[in-house]
Design a protein around this ligand. Sequence first.
Ligand code: NAI
Ligand SMILES: O=C(O)[C@H](O)CS(=O)(=O)O
Length: 482
Amino acid sequence: MALGNSALLRQDAYIDGKWISAMQRFSVTDPATGAEVTQVADLAAEATSMAVDAAHRALPAWRDRSSGERAELLKEWFHLVMANRQDLARLLSLEQGKPLTESLGEIDYGARFLEWFAEEAKRVYGDIIPHDRTGRRLVVLKQPVGVAAAITPWNFPHAMVTRKAAPALAAGCTLVLKPDPQTPLSALALAALAEQAGIPAGVFNVVTGRDAAAIGTVLTGDARVRKLSFTGSTPVGKLLMAQSAQHMQKVSLELGGNAPFIIFDDADLDAAVEGALASKFRNSGQTCVCTNRFLVHHRIYDAFCQRFSTSVAALRVGPAFEEGVQQGPLINEDALRKVETHLADAIGKGARVLSGGQRHALGGAFFQPTVLADATPDMLLFQEETFGPLAPVFRFHDEDEALALANDTPFGLAAYVYTRDLGRAWRVGEALEYGMVGVNEGIISNERAPFGGIKESGQGREGSRYGIEDYLEVKYMCLGIG
Ligand SMILES: NC(=O)C1=CN([C@@H]2O[C@H](COP(=O)(O)OP(=O)(O)OC[C@H]3O[C@@H](n4cnc5c(N)ncnc54)[C@H](O)[C@@H]3O)[C@@H](O)[C@H]2O)C=CC1
Ligand SMILES: O=C(O)[C@H](O)CS(=O)(=O)O
């Protein structure tokens, strides 16, 4: 693989400031071709315990550093990421499949969490509370939770790492990270740059391995680990939350979604189509905030379907490094089969294919971006997150019906509404049971805003000034001063 900085391609785990190899290794493959990119150390319980040991040893010195020192190290990490963004994007596209332009965007997005939390490190404020009695003072401190664990998914193998590591380290915590074995290279490249930035041994550790359950069992079963941050599926999130209870770990979960995209008849239709394309087909539909259900007012239903399906049909599908490609492959065959299952079920219940509708001629894990008309709530894709390039369009007749359809799900991560009526934007935004709402915007994620969901989409927030709170404990001190 042609990298400008060959040191970024790592095959060993990173524990206690050392690169740990293993006799047993697993393949990392390019989703576009199935070809092996490289092999990576296949570690499990023993190495994970070593990593927790290292994070626990490193904690006192890291916690006691000034916020300014931690900030400087995070800023250096940020600068090194940006200096290596082309190579990092190439690695990301190779292991995850997204178009290079999207990978470059993810590298920038992920780097901004390092930059943002370098500054937030210096703003972890406490409180002085007006005393309730003479002779004593009431004080509130914010202290780092301690050793933290992070488990990250394959769909944003760079940004989901920095979105957890940056606030953790800024708060004074140390971290043990388990990336998805389908996409470990981005995490290992970040470890190489953390090492180069001077982040001390044991502060940031990356354990690679196929046996996720074994690694997770150690991370949730070790009382020294005081925090778990997970991004991935809701079933695994629930399992980890249960496991975390054994030592009452603090838990942040960013799980599945089922985003509605509501378009009222007063909306700017061109803007709605543009937002719909961005929200649905980013990462080939493989993001937890991708629209899963388009809810369109009956008066503009045909016009929207015509414009949207025409734009979708024009999307360029291909391998990551081909010029002008807008849609990459799905991550694997299972993901493809889930799309096909939802598609077949919908067609069997009356949906009409307006564009796409089958595997792409490129073969492998490529699928045609697809738009379905006449979707109805009895279809699997209404209740389940497709997590692929499948866009079903449902009809509604009034605001109450739109809200009832939008909220008819156990998930509550992101929702979108297009209207030019200010009162309606507020009413609907407030009534939507979701952690995040885009109004006339289809892409809402950034490092400054609190990202997270409610109900079965998880708990806790990442990014923003809220994101560091999940790595802090509040301590109240009552000082008798006589
Ligand atoms: N919220 C999000 O951004 C994401 C949501 N998903 C949802 O999850 C579905 C399945 O995707 P998957 O990649 O299979 O997600 P997953 O939840 O199985 O994997 C996410 C991470 O959890 C790890 N993991 C899996 N089982 C574990 C266990 N028992 N203990 C500890 N760690 C474990 C995986 O190795 C990976 O690092 C997707 O179709 C999508 O609906 C998947 C990825 C990201
Ligand atoms: O998990 C995801 O899908 C990401 O959190 C989506 S985003 O933050 O990159 O928008």
